[in-house]
Design a binder for this molecule. Structure first.
Ligand SMILES: C[S@@+](CC[C@H](N)C(=O)[O-])C[C@H]1O[C@@H](n2cnc3c(N)ncnc32)[C@H](O)[C@@H]1O
Length: 324
């Protein structure tokens, strides 16, 4: 059973105190519904991690915790085994005591594209919806965010995050293994200053309701950073795939960037700004030693890499910022 009581305790007497009962309820609901078959094993491995204070920490231009010399050979073997056990690694890269974890995605590239455009995170309370294994939470810590909550229903990604949190427990970062549907649908006091929602909107069956929900989680004047798949086209163009898109299930709506701006305006967001459009390259999303399954190049048409294997435009992602 996953317990997040330490995380929730750290929210007491902070601006996010009012959120504790909602997170608590969400965790109870989600964990009663689903427990991954490997969870018990993952928890045992995490509990056995050696307690070492890392001699170096760099979260500013990479996520690097500790160096090789910090550990004995036996401790290195434990870290190596746990990294292996937590396959597949989707978001990264990470370096932990000299172990380079080469993940499917160069999440650092996404961060570099976005961070120059957003409101400085210093002292802000941040929510990252669909945060994966929390790669970007560490980068937000380097930007001096006051406190960051990441939510993601994947229990493997929760376990991956705990591997790093074990070595930096004092950082104000929390990954709760819940989905957006476990957060309150109505506005509660003390909304977040910034909400990141990257790579999630196209998985939602009701994107407009989803945007309304995101807005209700922000404080007045708070900032949404929204990244999602887009197609070329005008404000009235949206792709609804027949079935899979680039082999992904559950892809429902891929709007054009102008359509996305219109959706944001219709749902009451202000100061809407398109800050980046980027076609995903097979250098940014690829098979690696720590993610040995198929990846982007297997999902593109072998004759024409501008199309997916299903014949749709190849993945292109837009990032927009907007305020409430
Ligand atoms: C494409 S990944 C994006 C990860 C990260 N935000 C990034 O941009 O690198 C989408 C993530 O959304 C998560 N997810 C799926 N359903 C969700 C839900 N209902 N609520 C929140 N996150 C969800 C998945 O587990 C996955 O980690």
């Amino acid at each position: 059973m996953i317990r997040c009581s330490d995380d929730l305790k750290m929210l007491e007497k902070t601006r996010l105190e009012n959120w504790i009962p909602y997170f608590q309820k969400g965790l109870e609901t989600r964990l009663a519904q689903y427990e991954h078959g490997q969870l018990h094993k993952w928890q045992k491995l995490l509990n056995a991690l050696p307690d070492i204070s890392p001699s170096v920490v760099n979260l500013s231009d990479t996520v690097k915790i500790g160096q090789k010399e910090d550990l004995t050979a036996e401790q290195h073997q434990m870290i190596s085994d746990i990294i292996e056990e937590f396959h597949p690694w989707r978001k990264g890269p990470f370096a932990l005591f000299g172990h380079e974890i080469d993940c499917e995605w160069r999440s650092d590239w996404k961060w570099q594209r976005i961070v120059p455009h957003i409101s400085p995170l210093k002292n802000r309370h941040v929510l990252d919806i669909g945060c994966g294994n929390g790669y970007h939470l560490w980068r937000m810590a380097a930007e001096k965010a006051k406190r960051v909550i990441g939510i993601d229903p994947s229990q493997l990604f929760w376990a991956q995050f705990q591997l790093f949190k074990h070595y930096l427990p004092q950082y104000p970062l929390h990954l709760l293994p819940i989905g957006i549907e476990h957060l309150p649908a109505q506005m509660i006091s003390h909304g977040f200053d910034s909400i990141f929602c990257m790579g999630v909107l196209y998985h939602r069956r009701s994107p407009i309701d989803f945007l309304i929900h995101l807005k209700s989680l922000l404080r007045e004047g708070g900032e949404l950073i929204l990244e999602t798949l887009v197609i070329e086209g005008d404000e009235n163009q949206v792709l609804v795939p027949e079935d899979r898109y680039a082999q992904m299930r559950n892809v429902w709506f891929i709007p054009s960037a102008p359509a996305l701006e219109k959706w944001l305006a219709r749902t009451g967001f202000k100061n809407i700004e398109l800050i980046d459009v980027n076609q995903t390259s097979p250098d940014e999303q690829r098979q690696t030693k720590n993610m040995t399954y198929q990846s982007l190049s297997d999902f593109l048409d072998p004759e024409n890499n501008q199309l997916t294997i299903e014949g749709y435009p190849a993945p292109k992602r837009a990032t927009l910022i907007a305020t409430t």
